[in-house]
Design a protein. Structure first.
Length: 77
């Protein structure tokens, strides 16, 4: 079993989720947190079935331990 970190964004019209530590794009949408988690897990399974274990980050000895959301203020012209 492999643990995959998943970023979940809550938007006014639902949720978006995507894994980190996976080569390639894999995104899911859902109306609820539970729905988006089920959808993203299904998308990850499909991605791995399609591309194999090579779709996981190559350095298994250094998995992503934590993910952070940071905010930066930028001047926009």
């Amino acid at each position: 079993m492999t643990a995959v970190k998943i970023v979940v964004e809550k938007h006014p019209d639902g949720y978006v989720a995507y894994p980190i530590g996976l080569n390639g794009a894999c995104v899911a949408q859902g109306d609820t947190f539970e729905q988006v988690m089920a959808e993203v897990k299904s998308a990850i399974r499909f991605h791995l079935d399609t591309f194999g274990k090579d779709a996981l980050l190559p350095d298994a000895d250094s998995p992503i331990m934590e993910a952070f959301i940071a905010e930066a203020s930028l001047a926009v012209s």
